[in-house]
Design a protein around this ligand. Structure first.
Ligand code: GDP
Length: 298
């Protein structure tokens, strides 16, 4: 039910469109497919993913000798699910000693997401240490500190402009001393210089490799769903700079274009692990593609 709550706008946008096409057409013709295409594109599913979804739908319609537009609904859902398939999203950091790096540009909801995730893990009785290693943005540290209080977890920080890697190093020492289960690092917030970003992440990863050789490692990129295709472009750039293992897609409560989740998974092959569905600490949901598609059509 929570998944649907955060997706109301997307759901209304996409499902209402589909319903009118399914009920408005008496036969499956080119025009029918064109209408479907328009709805998928408007929902920000992206041109390429849309084409592949419709190709697959056409095949299924043919194979199953479907004549009625209404009978396409399930097949369309199946096609979208297949398009989103990136294997099962693992949440190994819930069960193993882990280090999670979180990257993303300013304003996407990175700090908020790190805070929410810290709280979620803390609620699972994990010992969490937060590293405020996004030392570039002036207010980031104070903001993260507030979240650390809210979540009830310890935060390690440095001076503004400090070397992010040195903050991460300090945090690894604190995490070891406290026998932490999860070290959660709020890191790089800029993209305009990809080479710097890559160097910075490499340096951080070297430290983590050395200090926590046996820990499970994860790098999550935070993307703002309300920015649509722009979020996709950011994801591509981060994928080139970092070894991404998952995505946190924020502000899904504020957009009718949550279809961007389809475009992202289909193009990047990386799972959306969480979606942000509000500004409160509890507004972070695990994401499941099949449940997402079901919710959109329910
Ligand atoms: P950062 O610059 O990437 O660290 O972004 P912040 O964490 O400061 O978030 C920017 C703004 O987006 C803040 O006003 C947050 O409350 C808001 N925000 C973050 N995630 C969500 C979300 O899932 N839903 C909504 N509605 N707002 C969000």
């Amino acid at each position: 039910a929570r998944l649907v709550k955060g997706l109301t706008k997307t759901r209304n946008n996409i499902v209402n469109g589909f319903e009118s096409v399914f009920s408005g057409f008496s036969k499956i013709d080119e025009e029918f497919y064109e209408e479907l295409e328009e709805i998928l594109i408007i929902g920000d599913i992206g041109v390429r993913a849309t084409e592949e979804i419709l190709d697959s739908l056409r095949e299924k319609v043919k194979e199953n000798h479907i004549k009625e537009p209404m009978d396409c609904k399930q097949l369309l859902m199946d096609s979208i699910k297949e398009q989103m398939d990136v294997g099962e999203a693992a949440y190994r950091f819930e069960n193993e000693t882990s280090v999670i790096l979180v990257v993303g540009v300013n304003g996407v909801g990175k700090t908020t997401s790190v805070g929410k995730l810290a709280k979620k893990l803390k609620d699972q009785n994990k010992k969490v240490v937060l590293a405020a290693a996004d030392t570039f943005r002036a207010a980031a540290k104070e903001q993260l500190e507030e979240w650390s209080h809210r979540a009830g977890v310890e935060m390690i920080s440095g001076q503004e402009g400090a070397d992010p890697a040195s903050v991460v190093f300090d945090a690894t020492q604190a995490a070891k001393a406290r026998h932490a289960d999860v070290l959660l690092c709020d890191t790089a917030g800029r993209l305009h210089n990809k080479k710097n970003l890559m160097e910075e992440l490499k340096k951080i990863n070297r430290i983590l490799e050395r200090e926590f050789p046996d820990a499970y490692r994860e790098t999550l990129v935070v993307l703002d769903s309300t920015t649509g295709q722009n979020a996709l472009a950011q994801a591509r750039e981060f994928k080139e700079a970092a070894d991404l293992s998952g995505i946190i897609l924020t502000k899904m409560d504020g957009t009718a274009k949550g279809g961007i989740a389809v475009a992202i998974q289909s193009e990047l092959g990386i799972p959306v692990k969480y979606i942000g569905v509000g500004e409160q600490v509890e507004d972070l949901e695990k994401f499941d593609s099949d449940a997402f598609v079901d919710a959109l059509f329910d």
